[in-house]
Design a binder for this molecule. Structure first.
Ligand code: KMH
Ligand code: ZN
Length: 274
C-alpha cells in the first residue's frame, strides 16, 4: 500500500445552490450532518463554509461554532478546516469570522484573481493578515493555489516567516479565471513545490474525479465535495458529498492507497492529535 491519502470533503462552499442540487446543505445542522456523513464515507478533513438559512454565504462565528459543535456531538473526529475565503465580495474582516475555537485548519488564499465573473480579492497585505490571524490562533494554514504565480507568493510567505510552523497546499484547478484542471498543469505545479507529498488537488466541476485519480497516482491528496462539483457522473447529480467521498475511496483503492483516518491525517499534516 502507498502513502495513505487524506481525503478532504468540501461539503458546501459559497457559490453552489440548492436549486442546482437539492443535496446542498445550508443550515448548520445540515452542514454538520453532511460533514459527519463525509467522515463516515472516508474523509479525514472537512472544509467548511456556512450559509444563512436562505442560502446566502455566511462567515458568522455563531454558524461555524454550531457546525463544529454538532460535528463533535455526533462523535465525528474529522479534522475541521474553516474557509477564510468566504464568498467573492466579502470584506476580509467578515471572512475571518470563521476562525473560531475548534478550527484546526484554515484556508489562506494566495492571490487576487478573476473568479467566474467576479473578482476574488486577496492582496498581499490581506494574505499576511490572514496568515497572522491563523498563527495567533494556532490554526494550520492550507494555502489555496489557483494559479502558478501563487506558488511564488507561497515561497515569499515562507521566507518572510509568515506561515509559522507548517502549512498544507491545495491546488484548486478549473476555476474560470484560474489555471485549468489539466495533467500538465498539475505536474508543473507539483514540481514547483519545496515539500513533496504535502499537497492536495481540488478539481472543479467535471474535473473533480479525474484530478483526484491523477493526484492519487502522483502521491498527493484529494479534495472532493459539492462545493466544487455537483455531479457523480455525467448528467447525474451527486446525492451528497459523502457519495463523492465514497467514489474517491474507491479510486484510492484502485491506486493502492488507503484513506487516512482523521488522526493519521493529523500526523501527516503536522497537527496535534485530538
Ligand atoms: N468561495 C470562493 C470565492 C476558500 O474556501 O478559502 C473562495 C473559497 C476559498 O471558497
Ligand atoms: Zn471553500
Amino acid at each position: 500500500m502507498g502513502q495513505p491519502v487524506v481525503i478532504t470533503a468540501a461539503v458546501v462552499g459559497a457559490e453552489v445552490t440548492r436549486a442546482q442540487n437539492r443535496a446542498v446543505p445550508y443550515t448548520p445542522a445540515e452542514i454538520a450532518a453532511a460533514a459527519v456523513a463525509a467522515g463516515r464515507a472516508g474523509a479525514a478533513v472537512v472544509h467548511l463554509h456556512a450559509r444563512w438559512p436562505d442560502g446566502r454565504p455566511s462567515q458568522e462565528a455563531t454558524h461555524f461554532r454550531e457546525i463544529i459543535d454538532r460535528i463533535r456531538q455526533a462523535g465525528s473526529e474529522v479534522v475541521v478546516q474553516c474557509s477564510t475565503g468566504g464568498a467573492v465580495g466579502m470584506p476580509l474582516e467578515e471572512r475571518l469570522g470563521s476562525l473560531v475555537e475548534g478550527a484546526e485548519m484554515g484556508t489562506l488564499n494566495l492571490g487576487t484573481m478573476n473568479f467566474g465573473d467576479g473578482v476574488f480579492v486577496n492582496s498581499r497585505p490581506d494574505i499576511v493578515r490572514v496568515a497572522r490571524r491563523l498563527r495567533e490562533r494556532g490554526i494550520l494554514p492550507e494555502c489555496e493555489v489557483y494559479d502558478a504565480g501563487m506558488l511564488d507568493t507561497l515561497r515569499w510567505l515562507v521566507a518572510e516567516g509568515h506561515l509559522g510552523e507548517g502549512h498544507h497546499v491545495q491546488f484548486v484547478l478549473g476555476v474560470p479565471g484560474g489555471m485549468a484542471a489539466s495533467e500538465r498543469n498539475l505536474r508543473f505545479l507539483v514540481e514547483g513545490l519545496d515539500a513533496p507529498g504535502r499537497w492536495s488537488v481540488a478539481g472543479v466541476g467535471r474535473h473533480q474525479l479525474p484530478m483526484a485519480e491523477l493526484a492519487l497516482s502522483m502521491g498527493g491528496h484529494v479534495r472532493v465535495g459539492l462545493e466544487d462539483n455537483l455531479y457523480i457522473a455525467r448528467g447525474v447529480l451527486a446525492s451528497g458529498s459523502d457519495q463523492l467521498v465514497s467514489r474517491a475511496v474507491e479510486l484510492a483503492g484502485r491506486a493502492g492507497r488507503e484513506p487516512a483516518l482523521p488522526d493519521q491525517a493529523r500526523a501527516l499534516l503536522g497537527l496535534r492529535a485530538r
